[in-house]
Ligand binder design. Structure first.
Ligand SMILES: Cc1cc2nc3c(=O)[nH]c(=O)nc-3n(C[C@H](O)[C@H](O)[C@H](O)COP(=O)(O)O)c2cc1C
Length: 361
């Protein structure tokens, strides 16, 4: 009897089982209105589930209007948004995948234009809003100087994450991923590049990680103990004097030690326009996932330029990560998992409606 490669074997996180270890990485579509999605999102995410992925994450879904990256970003702070996202969760489930919601606050990178309109910062005078951050330091030239958050405002934002987690549960999502990467609010607190505070939320790594820990506490307060919680980290700033891979290992150890986070999704960068990535190549971020898995003793996800079936299978088979997250390859081909399974001589469970397509090969 042939055995599926580990990539195409099921995996459990708490009470949740994914049919395989291919994950649709969160991908902003910049197509929402007042944080509310539409048919585009339904089709986009439904197709990914029907394409065979094990877990399908929504794009960064924001906890408040000022926490959005752009005016076209998804949000989950209202009943209408919750009702719409419940349809998304149901559609993903119907396609055979586990529905996951990435929850986010854009911090000092909020209020930018849609990428296809240039992606530039939009000032309050031009119809944008003032972003928020750990310190009054703009992300880069042309960005509005953020409001440095007070301790009370920080507590308020943790409360917004909790409220979003509650709505996510009611909408039927089975995994939450807290977005702690790419220069957005949580990463901006973690990084010494953007966090110059000298109160309890700044200073050493423990201080800079306090917001993340408080968000995890707040989310776990609303998120059932039998459902998994993931955290996406930028595992380096790729900047001299910035957050380092050693820091990411330490933060992951703290998260692992708490016992309430199930996986670290290992991304990098996004915190500074001065970042320099020495070599962009397939799997360039995999070493972060491998190291955190080994040294922090927690499951990891590998992401970044993973396109080939053999490569994805190798990462999982050799214990470099527990899940592979794919983004652009799945935009190009939502049925990537089905094709990869075929390449690897594996099978993937498909919705009944699609079975005859599977048989036809
Ligand atoms: C269109 C697009 C939108 C993205 N939006 C998000 C997002 O909402 N949240 C996030 O954490 N990463 C986001 N990313 C990053 C991806 O999740 C992924 O980490 C990155 O593209 C590298 O993976 P890839 O080489 O497979 O594309 C986005 C990437 C793309 C291409």
């Amino acid at each position: 009897m042939s055995v599926n490669p580990l990539l195409f074997q099921p995996i459990n996180f708490r009470s949740v089982t994914a049919r395989n270890r291919v994950v649709v990485s969160p991908m902003c579509q910049y197509s929402a209105t007042d944080g509310l999605g539409d048919d585009w999102h339904l089709q986009h995410l439904g197709a990914k589930a029907m394409g065979g992925a094990g877990i399908v994450f929504t794009e960064a879904t924001h906890v408040s209007a000022p926490g959005r990256i752009t005016a076209g970003c998804l949000g989950l702070w209202s009943q209408a948004q919750q009702d719409f996202l419940a349809r998304i969760a149901a559609m993903i489930t119907r396609g055979g995948a586990v529905p996951g919601l990435q929850i986010a606050h854009a911090g000092r990178k909020a209020s930018t234009d849609l990428p296809w309109k240039g992606g530039k910062p939009v000032s309050p005078e031009a119809g944008g809003w003032v972003p928020m951050g750990p310190s009054a330091i703009p992300f880069g030239p042309g960005y509005t100087t953020p409001t440095a958050l007070s301790a009370e405002q920080i507590a308020g934002i943790a409360g917004e994450f909790a409220a979003t987690a509650r709505r996510a549960r009611q909408a039927g999502f089975k995994i939450i991923e807290v977005h702690g990467a790419h220069g957005y609010l949580i990463h901006s607190f973690l990084s010494p590049v953007s966090n110059h505070r000298n109160d309890a939320y700044g200073g050493d790594l423990a201080g800079r990680a306090r917001l993340l820990m408080e968000v995890i506490d707040a989310v776990r307060g609303e998120w059932p103990a039998d459902l998994p919680l993931f955290v996406r980290l930028s595992c380096t700033d790729w900047v001299q004097g910035g957050l380092t891979p050693d820091d990411a290992v330490q933060v992951s150890r703290w998260l692992a030690g708490r016992g309430d986070v199930d996986l670290i999704d290992c991304s990098s960068g996004g915190g500074s326009p001065d970042q320099h990535i020495p070599s962009l190549h397939p799997g360039y971020q995999v070493p972060f996932a491998e190291r955190i898995r080994r040294e922090a003793g927690i499951a990891t996800g590998a992401v970044g330029m993973i396109r080939e079936a053999d490569h994805a299978a190798e990462i999982i088979a050799n214990g470099r990560a527990d899940l592979v997250f794919l983004a652009r390859a799945l935009l190009a081909d939502p049925a990537w998992p089905i094709r990869a399974a075929k390449t690897l001589g594996a099978s993937v469970e498909w919705p009944e409606q699609y079975r005859r397509g599977a048989l036809a090969g």
